[in-house]
Design a protein around this ligand. Structure first.
Ligand SMILES: NC(=O)c1ccc[n+]([C@@H]2O[C@H](COP(=O)([O-])OP(=O)(O)OC[C@H]3O[C@@H](n4cnc5c(N)ncnc54)[C@H](OP(=O)(O)O)[C@@H]3O)[C@@H](O)[C@H]2O)c1
Length: 257
């Protein structure tokens, strides 16, 4: 039986990964900050699918949280076969409206934690000659969209570079780039979503199925869904200034501070 570790497993895209991987018979290590919610999720997945689900409470915006998760990934006695670096969030507001603390927290969770957890997992996987790592980025990586887009661009570049460096080692790395998905993300960030057209919303379960299929195919960047493949193709030919005017507005309507 193989084991997958999912960060940000308790909601949205991470919870969809947990449901799908449990249904496929993988044991799970569930990582997030809310222990009660993690325990409830572990019990439900164990009862429904008969898999073992371990709970790891860790705040990936802290060194201690990152170290806890990295130590579990590096444990050679109880190896992790698949890492899903999914935990993430949006900040409420545009550049200069967001405090420096919150900007840095985003870089810590989206970039530093992803670097350190990927490295802890990839080192152990390379020794065994097999393993997979999915780093959840965003289509925001390809368009101007504040620190969020910049941090996700780092995830894509880092993952592609690491995948190339580890080619032939048996370790697969892939950046998953979703468009808008209905999760807790927008509410947590205080973002209004009524200016996002209905056709732009993706289903988390379908997104995960398509991402895992792309990982199996050996892709290093996955943009699930034809709608977003077309959109991302268009972004390559539209002038950057015009692109920024549209993408920096879409889905960035914030409630009162
Ligand atoms: N929803 C979208 O439209 C969308 C689009 C593109 C990309 N993404 C990306 O997809 C990923 C998942 O987002 P989502 O939409 O599923 O969000 P979500 O529904 O808000 O879930 C976020 C998950 O991450 C955990 N988390 C947040 N901060 C954490 C921290 N500091 N340490 C550990 N765990 C933390 C949360 O649990 P706790 O609060 O208990 O820690 C929760 O399990 C993110 O990386 C996001 O950037 C989302």
């Amino acid at each position: 039986m193989t084991t997958a570790l999912i960060t940000g497993s308790t909601a949205g895209i991470g919870a969809a990964f947990a449901r799908r991987l449990a249904a496929d018979g993988h044991n799970l290590v569930l990582v997030a900050r809310d222990t009660k919610r993690l325990r409830e999720q572990a019990t439900e997945l164990h009862d429904r699918h008969g898999i073992e689900a371990e709970v790891l409470t860790a705040d990936l915006a802290t060194d201690q949280g990152i170290e806890t998760a990295a130590a579990r990934l590096a444990d050679r006695r109880d190896p992790i076969d698949l890492l899903i670096n999914n935990a993430g969030f949006g900040n409420k507001g545009r550049y200069l409206d967001v405090s420096m603390d919150d900007e840095l927290k985003m870089i810590k969770v989206h970039c530093e934690a992803v670097l350190r957890l990927t490295s802890a997992a990839a080192g152990a996987m390379r020794e065994r000659g097999r393993g997979g790592i999915v780093n959840v980025a965003s289509v925001a990586a390809f368009v101007p969209r504040g620190t969020y887009g910049a941090s996700k661009a780092w995830v894509v570049q880092f993952t592609q570079g690491a995948a190339r460096d580890l080619a032939g080692s048996g370790v697969r790395l892939m950046a998953l780039c979703p468009g808008f998905v209905r999760t807790e993300f927008h509410e947590r960030a205080g973002m209004g979503t009524d200016n996002i057209p209905g056709w732009m919303w993706l289903d988390a379960d379908k997104l995960v199925a398509s991402g895992l299929a792309d990982l199996a195919r050996g892709k290093t960047v996955s943009i699930p869904d034809a709608r977003y493949k077309v959109l991302m193709g268009v972004t390559k030919v539209v002038p950057r200034g015009m692109l920024g005017a549209v993408t920096s507005r879409t889905g960035r309507k914030y409630g009162p501070q």
